[in-house]
Ligand binder design. Structure first.
Ligand code: NAP
Ligand code: MG
Length: 402
């Protein structure tokens, strides 16, 4: 078979530890034999980030804006222990944070469903995609531990010096206060990313806040979504037979449990944090989840939702056998290749991505899987494979599909 040709390069962001090892094997076994792979390579491994004073991360984000599609390996976000381990010049910021800030994106995560790994919620037939707003609210808060009796106020001082002032509470004794914020700009780009992604993936969009209680803060989210929907997306949604549905967050949670899935659930930052962990854990594993960052102007960055699987890497370094699940990393590649195929009018590239996903799922359904899945599967007679042999087994299935 002649190798599939590409037109535009993918931005390839290499990463750290066990996922860096998987990255190489995936390329060698599942991509390079079939595709004349065109990538612009950025090494986001911690050593090279340190060497370039993290410039490589900034450059990779710029390249993503230029080419439109990136695929990213999991990377270490340094902490004190990593400073010593990697002899770092500085405690570099989270690459995901840097890339997110540059692309102004929203993160979409959906479970990868496969026979034998059934969700705990038995009526969930199709994946539920979480769209998490990744800016502000409690994640950028200011807090005070109130020492005793006194008045707490909320004050905004405009550039002209004019003030808006509200009493929060007259304290009789000790307590706590918290200030949070968001911006119309960020909420607007969050809304656009959600509406565009819903159209792109042909799914209904749900959004929920607590606007009955938070009549200004949450109401602002609701109003911005409604406004953008009416002005920019209503016609397109109607033409595609899709629905935008707003409700209260507690109503949404109750309804989600009763649906069969197959829609996008847009969440404010905190709701998204909590609900995506609930959905992923109900569906089996973080290694069985796709994750894509979508910017409002249609730039895509595909990655795995899990980290660098440090514990497995240390075993690997000692020459011990590992059984690390590569599904999320494979799906990051297939997501990016399919998107590149769609944008460049290369149906054979998108078709290859479909087949590689199919081969991955079929391999698991045939009972060949890594240890994390073997522990939770309902399938009988399972073969537990090591990291490399699982990818080789996928290649064998892929050969039968091509
Ligand atoms: P992690 O890499 O997600 O791993 C946590 C545990 O989850 C593992 O020890 C393993 O459990 C299980 N696990 C995760 N992915 C797996 C896979 N593909 N196959 C099998 N088991 C898997 O999280 P972490 O250990 O907290 O973080 C390690 C590093 O990753 C940190 O330096 C962190 O900064 C970074 N990180 C990066 C990203 C990203 O780039 N997107 C996200 C999160 C964390 P067992 O050990 O029980 O087998
Ligand atoms: Mg969380």
């Amino acid at each position: 078979m002649a190798k599939i040709q590409m037109k535009t390069p993918l931005v390839e962001m290499d990463g750290d530890e066990m996922t860096r090892i998987l990255w190489q094997i995936i390329k060698e076994e599942l991509l390079l034999p079939y595709i004349d792979l065109k990538t612009e390579y950025y090494d986001l491994g911690l050593e090279y980030r340190n060497e370039t004073n993290d410039q490589v991360t900034v450059d990779s984000a710029e390249a993503t804006k230029k080419y439109g599609v990136a695929v990213k390996c999991a990377t270490i976000t340094p902490n004190a222990a990593r400073m010593t381990e990697y002899k770092l010049k500085e405690m570099w910021k989270s690459p995901n944070g840097t890339i997110r800030a540059a692309l102004d994106g929203t993160v979409f995560r959906a479970p990868i469903q496969v026979k034998g790994i059934e969700p705990c919620v038995k009526n969930w037939k199709k994946p539920i995609t979480l769209a998490r707003h990744a800016y502000g609210d409690v994640y950028k808060n200011t807090e005070i531990k109130v020492p005793g009796k006194g008045k707490a106020e909320l004050v905004f001082t405009g550039e002209d010096g004019n003030q808006i002032r509200e009493v929060i509470h007259n304290f009789d004794g000790p307590g706590i206060i918290q200030g949070i914020h968001n911006t119309d700009k960020s909420i607007t780009s969050f809304a656009r990313a959600c509406f565009s992604y819903a159209l792109d993936t042909k799914q209904d969009l749900w959004f929920a806040t607590k606007d009955t209680i938070s009549k200004k803060y949450d109401h602002n989210f609701k109003d911005i979504f409604q406004d953008i929907y009416e002005k920019e997306y209503k016609d397109k949604f109607e033409a595609a037979g899709l629905e935008y549905f707003y409700t209260l967050i507690d109503d949404a949670v109750a309804r989600v449990m009763k649906t069969e899935g197959g829609f996008i659930w847009a969440c404010k930052n905190y709701d998204g944090d909590v609900m995506s962990d609930m959905v992923s854990s109900a569906c089996g594993s973080l290694a069985m989840m796709t994750s894509v960052l979508v910017s409002p102007d249609g730039v895509y960055e595909y990655e795995a939702a899990h980290g660098t699987v440090q514990r497995h890497y240390y075993k690997y370094q000692k020459g011990e056998e590992t059984s690390t699940n590569s599904v999320a990393t494979i799906f990051a590649w297939t997501g990016a290749l399919r998107k590149r195929g769609e944008l460049d009018g290369l149906p054979e590239l998108a078709d290859f991505a479909d087949k590689l996903e199919k081969a991955t799922l079929q391999t698991i359904e045939e009972g060949k899987m890594t240890k994390d899945l073997a522990l939770i599967t309902s399938l009988k007679n399972v073969t537990v494979l090591n990291s490399h042999n699982f990818i080789k087994a996928i290649r064998e299935t892929l050969e039968t599909l091509l």
